[in-house]
Design a protein around this ligand. Structure first.
Ligand code: SF4
Length: 260
């Protein structure tokens, strides 16, 4: 079996892929991307946020002792899953030793273990674990996206970093919306990012903006239904704020809405 350190099958960039170095270039390169694969390639080499570029590369160089023999991805992480999903899950950002290591969102960390196990129970993932980019994992009519594509220190991007990265998700969601019936926001950050990306794609978002809550459900006129779910972070899963039945219930509701 191919292991991390020998390449990443998720890499859609080439030496000729244009690189964004600031927010204006993110806007231009996201807006002009001719396909989702091009968008993935362009965003995967983005260097528009100096603090995050430095952090993701420092983590990839220093590594966690348990992964010392692996080559870290150390770059922005793109969405994962179907190009024509019925369900889109919106997270926050890749984890330093999870997605930033494996090159795939929610892959190789405890949060991902929780999420993929639940997706598998719901029939939305082919395997219960997402270990690395070579494990054969596939999502079923589902895609996971992130509003901030680089691992941030303390899992906390700044408002400027959030805004700089937003065009990548806005453009990505534009390609996904024709088939998307449900958007599941994992946490308040994902909720706000999803509403912003939906609004940027012409979906009518009510004013005042709907508030995030676990189990919140908003049917957007002419658009998908937005569901709220506590994030699968260890802060929530270790403390019991988010339990497996709670997560299963949200995904069951998403599946039911997606089937209509
Ligand atoms: S967070 Fe987004 S905009 Fe900033 S460097 Fe990473 S991919 Fe680029």
């Amino acid at each position: 079996m191919i292991r991390p350190g020998t390449g990443f099958p998720t890499d859609k960039a080439s030496p000729r892929t244009p690189v964004a170095h600031d927010r204006d270039e993110v806007v231009r390169l996201a807006g002009s991307a001719p396909s989702l694969d091009h968008l993935d390639g362009r965003s995967s080499v983005c260097r528009a946020c100096p603090r995050l570029v430095a952090w993701r590369e420092q983590v990839a160089t220093e590594k966690r002792a348990a992964f010392a023999d692996q080559t870290y991805w150390g770059r922005p992480v793109t969405g994962f899953g179907s190009h024509r999903p019925r369900i889109v899950l919106v997270g926050l950002a890749p984890a330093a030793h999870g997605g930033n290591r494996t090159g795939r969102v929610f892959t190789g960390d405890r949060s991902g273990d929780w999420l993929f196990a639940a997706l598998h129970r719901a029939g939305l993932a082919t395997h219960p674990l997402s270990v690395d980019a070579f494990d054969g994992q596939q999502l079923v009519d589902t895609r996971i996206v992130v509003p901030v594509r680089c691992a941030p220190p303390g899992n906390a991007p700044t408002a400027e970093e959030r805004d700089t990265c937003a065009p990548w998700l806005g453009k990505e969601l534009g390609w996904l919306l024709p088939t998307t019936r449900v958007v599941v926001a994992l946490g308040s950050f994902g909720w706000a990012a999803a509403l912003r990306a939906l609004r940027d794609n012409g979906v009518a978002v009510p004013s005042p903006q709907p508030r995030f809550g676990h189990g919140a459900e908003v049917a957007l006129p002419g658009g998908p239904t937005l569901l709220g779910c506590f994030h699968v972070s260890q802060q929530n899963t270790f403390t019991g704020r988010l339990t497996e039945p709670m997560l299963d219930a949200v995904l069951a509701r998403a599946s039911a809405l997606a089937a209509t």
